[in-house]
Design a protein around this ligand. Structure first.
Ligand SMILES: [Zn+2]
Length: 247
């Protein structure tokens, strides 16, 4: 199994061997510069760690850091599996309505341009109506491969993504959250990937036990879709390998 979205740099070095033992691979995304530098280092030690470079949208924009990350993409694009995590600040804006959304859209567009330039997939934090703004940007830059991670939104937002070829992923919160269970109901199995977004704490799971978390999601997909667990595992593995061009 693959964990299609994890903040691996936020775990202690000492737990990495054990964490990675039971998975085929992980897509490790960065929050910013420090995070990306640590991922470059971890990648040297683990073949199954695939890394992405980006600036997480749920933080204050630092243009020096954004520019440094864009330079890192130019320098390391051959070592990257994707651009990300990037997107729009849904939760920050709920807390502080003085936030200028346009500045985040502008930063996102810089990263989308890098994804287009190097033909890399883009990993998106874009939930609810933010996804609609992002869809327009992706279209504008003719992006073929986009992954909406921990996706949730209204049925209308689902429909907008369903009308594209983009992928979505779900976390262990599908064991209890109707909003993300709805994503499993509405998206064909061929469009789904699974992730932990670790070390995010998911109720009833241990943050280092990523394989157990992924199995928890598989069980829910099996229940909702009525497809055998082995077929669910096979299909989400294929989806992740094809989308990220993994071998
Ligand atoms: Zn994340």
């Amino acid at each position: 199994m693959f964990d299609s979205h994890i903040h691996l740099d936020q775990y202690d070095d000492l737990v990495l061997d054990k964490m990675l033992m039971d998975v085929n691979g992980v897509i490790a995304v960065s929050m910013g510069m420090k995070s990306f530098e640590r991922l470059l280092n971890i990648k040297q030690r683990y073949n199954k760690v695939h890394i992405a470079c980006g600036f997480h949208p749920e933080q204050v924009i630092d243009m020096n850091e954004v520019n440094a990350l864009l330079n890192q993409i130019d320098k390391h694009h051959d070592e990257l599996i994707a651009i990300g995590e990037v997107g729009l600040p849904q939760y920050l804006m709920r807390e502080d309505d003085s936030i200028d959304q346009q500045s985040y859209i502008d930063v996102l567009e810089l990263f989308i341009q890098k994804a287009a330039k190097y033909d890399l997939p883009i990993v998106l934090h874009a939930v609810y109506d933010d996804a609609l703004i992002v869809l327009d940007l992706l279209k504008k830059h003719n992006i073929k491969r986009a992954h909406f991670h921990w996706f949730k939104g209204s049925d209308a937002v689902h429909d907008a993504i369903l009308s594209t070829e983009y992928m979505v992923s779900v976390t262990p919160d599908v064991t209890w959250d109707d909003k993300t269970r709805r994503v499993i109901e509405r998206f064909p199995l061929e469009r789904l990937m699974i992730e932990t977004d670790g070390p995010w704490p998911h109720k009833g799971f241990v943050k280092e036990e990523i394989a157990q978390q992924l199995f928890g999601i598989i069980d829910v997909i099996h229940d909702i879709k009525g497809v055998s667990t082995s077929d669910v595992i096979h299909q989400v593995n294929e989806n992740t390998k094809n989308f990220y061009r993994l071998e």
